[in-house]
Design a protein. Sequence first.
Length: 573
Amino acid sequence: MANYDQLVLLSGAHKGTIVPVTGIVTIGRHPENTLQFDDLQVSRRHAQVFRKADGVYIKDLGSGNGVFVGQLRVDNYQLSDGDIIRIGRQQIQFRGAVQEQLESDFDASGLIEKDGLADNFEAEKAEQVYRTFFEVPQESITAMELREIQQRLRAVYAANQSIASERSLEKVFDAIMDQVFSLVPAHNGLILLVREKLEELSTEYVRSAVPGVKIQVSSTIVNRCFENGEAIITSDAPKDARFGGGVSIIAGNISSAMCVPLTHQGERLGVIYVDNHGESGAFGNSDLELLVALAAPAATAIRNAQYLAMVEQTYQDTLVVLANAIELRDHYTVGHTWRVTNFAMEIARELGWNDEKINEVQMGGVLHDIGKIAIDNAILAKTSDLSEAEFAQMKIHPERGADLLRDVKFLHPLIPYCLFHHERWDGGGYPFGLKGQDIPLEGRLIAVADAFDAMTSTRPYREGMNPDAALREMARGKNKQFDSVIVDALDRCYKAGRIDQVLQDYYKKEARSIACPFCSTFIRFDDSIHSGSQLQCSVCHKTISIIQKDDVFFGSLVSRKVDDSTSPPGYQI
């Protein structure tokens, strides 16, 4: 019997990891999180799990892609034993403190590696089952049987259309399982896919119609199905001779189970597994035929979504490389792009923009300053006021950036973020001097996020403003420099605590933290760090050596420091 609450990773590179919920468990892409996922669908600080007097809760920290429990998107949700949490491509099961643990070899993903099953399966090749599903009916078939066949064909056609219409992998998984649960009497369903470059299956998606049930799956069924391409059905699993009274079947109280392979153009991608608890004979041969027929379009949709995800990942990585190229030339503003992007995404959520538009905001924020690649190094690195001629050259960067993006058709939606973020509401901005609503909304959004970061960020030549003071300053600029609606949305985000973690000095107040001597971002560290230890800044990625004097910590760059002895005035953005 467990004496503490647990989070169990069901998928991904760390599948099987168990994390006790003994304090606050943070989840995100940033390495400082308790659970760190290298997944661009996961925000740097995505969610946290914590205990209150009445139970354990999960809270969305304003993530871009949300936190899901089952099929429900949640903000602050009390967890129940067995709940499946989905964050990005990761699935995590919550297990409550008081629960009986069976004496078996189950691993944390619900699969069992050695379950003592007899090697006497009576399974049929999935290709053969697929063919029989579409066999021409015999002459003696009744009208009722013919109607049943027609209904099954219509169901598979409708399922195929539904699955094929989705593009993202997560939505494909949802669509597949929606159709599976609508066509067969399943209580639990899993999609397991082979991990890239490895010969093992990973649980990628879990759904249960029975709240609080711990899903347990026999690896013997799953592995035999995957390795041999066989469709397996058991109508009375605890007694079925084909499974030799396997431990996992009995322990899971599974009365009926089916497992079919996911095969695309001869390549085995994984399996779909479903089971039914407590209902003997829940599945028949017609159910197996339906599942096999459904697996074919499901495998195609999964492979297409995987290819699309690879293309999108490459696209996003390329944009980040372009943005990094700018910050490498101007180390005064290292981290600026990341912060502006995240401020803008939070404001967009507050304004009710949909997920697709927020993804666009993310890419637009990354590229909003890409035109600075055309500005002379001497101007970017100048440590005194710009001359009139130099400022005139600096003002061309929105148009130069837009020119770069025009050459690539799928980047066209990002042009407004780049071209209009220095326009002012009163018409005093550049490059076109647009006024009010004539400024595209995307430009007005980045203008607010850009200015807020410039005001609140500490540079080597000046301290950043307190966020409250910066917001008061921006409020004075409403309907002059900024769109008042967007400024008000930023203010609500700040007061709700949704942007604190993005601020450069978020960890400044912590006892064990230092400011990066290169980009001024505050870095926290735990008690294991001591004088002489080295850390890496999460924003500029410089290596920093920790120095301690009189109980005060500060950092020194391991690499050569840039001379920052002179300082330009104002807030460069």
